[in-house]
Ligand binder design. Structure first.
Ligand SMILES: NC(=O)c1ccc[n+]([C@@H]2O[C@H](COP(=O)([O-])OP(=O)(O)OC[C@H]3O[C@@H](n4cnc5c(N)ncnc54)[C@H](O)[C@@H]3O)[C@@H](O)[C@H]2O)c1
Length: 372
């Protein structure tokens, strides 16, 4: 048995903490929301994010960084991707130098376009991403917490690290594969959330299985192209973290990103939808990062053009100033990377989400875009 600290007791962090507990590890949760800490400690259940699943008495939960990771053999970052940097910065001094660092968040940082293992390496002062892994794949908390058979990928640049992460989490109901394509795995699981929003729009507009099949197939081709341009391996996108996670997210009733698309197609604004949601839908922010990444050199990386230099920063700033969704359609550059859905009946009635995600041109075609 070893001690493991899980930063973030939302639905996924709570679920993975319970997986670790099933594997006889001593689990400590650090949670951002003090009221949640009190509620979980009192109810021995996370009623807000994972209702109906008991949390054993020997699992600890705290809101304090001090002492949260003392003696931990591994730390797991399970907070929303846009908060990983801040949480890691605050936790840095608490984490033992030899602790395994595991990211489970899916996203690409808006401001830096960094992947989560890059963010953690920077903030935790690990010179490269060698000691940092990502555990991701087609896995909804609602199902793993009920022990429904699930597969995920432990990805790390170093195979030994990937194996250590696999051994930490592997149970009878959670099968963990390893992959050394950390770049491809992290990009695949993040970018598929953009396609999941489009899949929700398909559902909300009343399209059928034909449309969904086309969207998933062409969407996979699109995220593979971008991911490979950014250094991922093509075969990763055909595996669990690519095709696997894409299918699960795009067909699932549990997917928040698919839900966002569905609501947009029904006419709500993005702001309204996000306001009504308790849980995070990371595809919204990832869409912005993906668009910026896609406009970089070779359809790829704005940072590659003078990475770490003022020229690179200038280029990124220039990209960020480009017109966003919500500007008049005729002033916006049409990109071959747009996911274009024909309007079902040619009218504009289902396009009330205009300016948020769905934008219709005169011919009744809808480009799936997000307002930044
Ligand atoms: N839920 C899943 O099934 C699932 C599966 C795989 C991966 N993930 C990934 O796990 C990550 C966490 O998602 P989740 O589903 O557990 O989220 P959630 O919506 O269930 O919970 C959000 C959590 O973030 C906390 N939080 C809110 N603001 C914060 C802040 N400023 N700083 C730190 N914490 C803050 C909340 O208190 C809560 O603990 C995401 O990146 C998600 O993509 C989720």
């Amino acid at each position: 048995m070893s001690r493991v600290t899980v930063f973030g007791a939302g639905s996924w962090g709570t679920t993975l903490g319970l997986v670790l507990h099933d594997n006889a590890h001593d689990v400590v949760f650090w949670e951002y929301d003090r009221e949640q800490v009190e509620a979980v400690a009192r109810d021995r259940e996370n009623r807000k994010f994972l209702p109906g699943i008991p949390i054993p008495d020997d699992v600890a939960i705290t809101n304090e960084f001090a002492g949260s990771a003392a003696g931990s053999a591994a730390v797991v970052f399970a907070v929303p991707s846009h908060t990983v940097r801040e949480v890691a910065r605050n936790a840095r001094n608490e984490i033992p130098d030899d602790a395994l660092v595991v990211n489970v968040s899916k996203g690409i940082e808006n401001e830096t376009l960094a992947r989560m293992s890059e963010v953690l390496s920077e903030e935790l002062g690990r010179s490269d991403a060698r000691g940092v892994a990502s555990l991701v794949g087609p896995s909804h908390a609602e199902e793993v917490s009920r022990h429904l058979p699930t597969t995920v990928v432990a990805a790390a640049l170093d195979q030994e690290v990937a194996i250590a992460v696999r051994d930490l989490f592997m149970t009878e109901y959670l099968r963990v594969y390893t992959n050394t394509d950390l770049v491809g795995v992290e990009l695949a699981v993040s970018l598929k959330n953009v396609i999941a929003i489009a899949a929700g729009i398909c559902d909300g507009l009343g399209y059928g299985d034909n449309t969904k099949g086309a969207l998933l197939t062409r969407g996979l081709a699109e995220i593979t192209r971008l991911g490979v341009a950014l250094g991922g391996r093509p075969e990763t996108f055909a595996g669990l973290s690519g095709m696997g996670d894409l299918i699960t997210t795009c067909i699932s009733k549990h997917s928040r990103n698919r839900h966002v698309g569905e609501e947009i197609a029904r006419g709500k604004t993005l702001a309204q939808i996000l306001d009504e949601m308790v849980m995070v839908a990371e595809g919204v922010k990832t869409t912005k990062s993906a668009a910026l990444r896609g406009q970089g050199p070779e359809g790829g990386d704005p940072r590659a053009d003078g990475a770490g230099t003022e020229a690179g920063d200038d280029r990124r700033a220039a990209l960020a100033r480009q017109p966003a969704a919500g500007t008049p359609a005729e002033t916006r550059r049409k990109s071959p990377r747009d996911v274009v859905l024909p309007h079902p009946r040619g009218g504009h009635s289902a396009c009330q989400g205009r300016g948020a995600v769905l934008d219709c041109d005169q011919s009744g075609r809808s480009a799936v875009r997000l307002a930044h």
